[in-house]
Design a protein around this ligand. Sequence first.
Ligand code: NAD
Length: 355
Amino acid sequence: MKIAVLPGDGIGPEIVAEAVNVLNALGESFTLEEAPVGGAGYEAQGHPLPDSTLALAKAADAILFGAVGDWKYDSLERALRPEQAILGLRKHLQLFANFRPAILYKELAGASSLKPEIVSGLDILIVRELNGDIYFGQPRGVREAPDGPFAGAREGFDTMRYSVPEVQRIAHVAFQAAQKRSRKLTSVDKSNVLETSQLWRDTMIDVSKQYPDVELSHMYVDNAAMQLVKAPKSFDVVVTGNMFGDILSDQAAMLTGSIGMLPSASLDKANKGLYEPSHGSAPDIAGKGIANPLATILSAAMMLRYSLGKTEQADRIETAVKKVLAQGLRTPDIWEAGTQKVGTREMGAAVVAAL
Ligand code: NAD
């Protein structure tokens, strides 16, 4: 089994190194091959997603990704900015289904910004569509406003679009994920205002007829944002479009205390996937050795489960992470009084030892 390892920028190389150590400790015969991506890709080959990196990602059975981005690239033209690498990989590999679990480990209940009774035992899965919506819709650009009260002024515009087959595709993934959990699916949209959302909702209802065992409900995105902080445990599986999912999954992440704990998977229709922590490259703490590697280690566990068919090994990693938290080890982002503060490498080494 070939795994493409794309560490990227900022804390990416630090946290990916720990996940690689964990994978190597499993004693499986994986081939791990590394390539530059993001700012590192731009430095090495003048493009955030060099051809050789894309070729490796295409040839691999799964991709372990760190994070991309650094403020120093903000002045580059958009096509050369590091973030384009992740958008490009999603597009080229047709990774349309993003799984973002938000699980609150009982040891971390105090790290959440919400009261422990509201969040303890939280276990939500957000399924976000990744290939469509306003992030990819054409036309887009900056032009002279053709009409309206500001005609003639410079205006920016983007296009929100979803087709029925695109919504059906993510709907099936979400219904099937709900079948494996508590059979409750909440579809989040803004159908009171947006045509795209009305089509989304109609299509969800249509697909739901094939899953009579799953209870489908609908919620407007503004209400979903409120309910996520008011009664987050009322959700189980949430399915939503690219932009709403981007925002709600970060919000759900914070319910768990730290974005440094949250893995993610982006899958194609054959379950090949790209696995990455939900957070970015955290340039503010890069090189300090304090980044939390657990989201990346847990992403490697998701990779074993979803793309490589190694459920038992995935369980082993997740159990090792729980063990390390129970031992009281914490990186600074999840530290609280009475626990032991450790750095990235010590946390990774503790997971390897717990394995
Ligand atoms: P970020 O997720 O990188 O950081 C937000 C905050 O969380 C920072 O305070 C950071 O220190 C902290 N943080 C993030 N990961 C952490 C970890 N593992 N351990 C401890 N603390 C952690 O988001 P940002 O600051 O908005 O963006 C920074 C860069 O990352 C930007 O260039 C952005 O475009 C990029 N980004 C990349 C991805 C990706 O690669 N998929 C995703 C989001 C943002």
